[in-house]
Ligand binder design. Structure first.
Ligand SMILES: Nc1ncnc2c1ncn2[C@@H]1O[C@H](COP(=O)(O)OP(=O)(O)O)[C@@H](O)[C@H]1O
Ligand SMILES: [Mg+2]
Length: 304
């Protein structure tokens, strides 16, 4: 379990992480989602004791990272896949990690096997592709068989096979009862991977809920109504967001489907179709973070 309490990090007058309080529970994948610059990596670095919080605390199973005598046996992390000695072989890199944490070297070969690098174990890590580097980083995270795992943007640079592999691996780790905290700026990836979502923007918590709930809360959820007399409805729905999406079709948000059904009945409007149109996580996310994108233009969800 990871517990953050009022965690804050300022760099000069810039607040990278602002007053973050949340719990990451074992046995599930918690997606840590936010646009670039939202503060995900900074938060992870603070959890791992690589950055000192300006205020607040980050605890792993009740203790700060620095309190673990053999941290790799408690917490595994992939933060930066390039953070390794390029001249060392993959195996030598892992052996060094294992030795420094009292982990038997037999685990090195198991970890290399798990991540599919056994065949290139003796190649210099500096010659690895980004994807292979990610796999080696994941091997390092798994080395100590830790209860808690952090992955910062683990699928960056992976091909579709690699993406699928990482997703399955995280599923397995969570099913084993481990705490899996994985960051991404891609909600399409998180929609497929995570059980629960923590969304941040500009360092602040925006949402902390199961994936389905984040979607359910979106105002982009709508109902499609098809009727030759659809035009009779809008005057009775002054607060709804109504779009004409076909010659006899309206897409209506902000009104429960039950109320629309009753209204059609009361008005004598023949209904050919009345169906819920769930927002995608992408839409829900754009809505949540639209105001908190630090750089670049607003998302395409605004141009609907
Ligand atoms: N060492 C640092 N010094 C100054 N600013 C930093 C430093 N690290 C991160 N930041 C700033 O903090 C904010 C959050 O960065 P980061 O945690 O890397 O975001 P994310 O991982 O969500 O993309 C950004 O505005 C970034 O520029
Ligand atoms: Mg980052």
């Amino acid at each position: 379990m990871i517990e953050l309490r009022e965690l804050t990090k300022r760099y000069g007058d810039k607040t990278a992480v602002h007053d973050l309080t949340l719990t990451v529970e074992p046995g599930k994948i918690t997606g840590f989602l936010g646009p670039n610059g939202a503060g995900k990596s900074t938060t992870m670095r603070m959890i791992l004791g690589l950055d000192r919080p300006t205020s607040g605390t980050a605890l792993i199973d009740g203790r700060p990272y620095a309190a673990f005598p053999h941290p790799l046996r408690e917490v595994g992390a992939l933060l930066d896949a390039k953070a390794l000695h390029p001249g060392r072989s993959a195996r030598a890199h892992l052996v060094a990690l294992a030795r420094s944490n009292g982990i038997p070297t037999a685990r090195v070969d198991e970890a290399l096997e798990t991540v599919g690098l056994a065949a290139v174990a003796r190649r210099r890590a500096g010659t690895f592709s980004l994807g292979m580097g990610q796999r080696l980083g994941i091997a390092g995270a798994l080395l100590g068989d830790p209860r808690v795992l952090l992955f910062d943007e683990p699928v960056n640079g992976l091909d579709p096979d690699g993406v699928l592999w990482v997703r399955r691996l995280m599923r397995t780790l969570a099913a084993e009862g481990r705490t899996v905290f994985v960051s991404s700026h891609l909600m399409s990836e998180m929609e497929l991977t995570a059980d629960r979502l923590v969304v941040i923007g500009k360092g602040r918590l925006i949402a902390d809920a199961p994936v389905a709930e984040v979607i359910a809360r979106s105002s982009r959820n709508a109902v499609r109504l098809r009727s030759p007399r659809a035009d009779l409805l809008p005057p009775h729905l002054p607060d709804a967001d109504i779009r004409r999406t076909g010659p006899d079709t309206l897409t209506i948000s902000g009104v429960p489907i039950e109320r629309l059904g009753m209204l059609c009945h009361e008005l004598g409007v023949p209904v050919l179709e009345l169906s819920p149109q769930a927002a995608s996580l992408e839409e829900a996310y754009m809505e949540l973070t639209g105001g908190s994108v630090e750089y670049g233009v607003r998302g395409k969800a605004d141009a609907r």
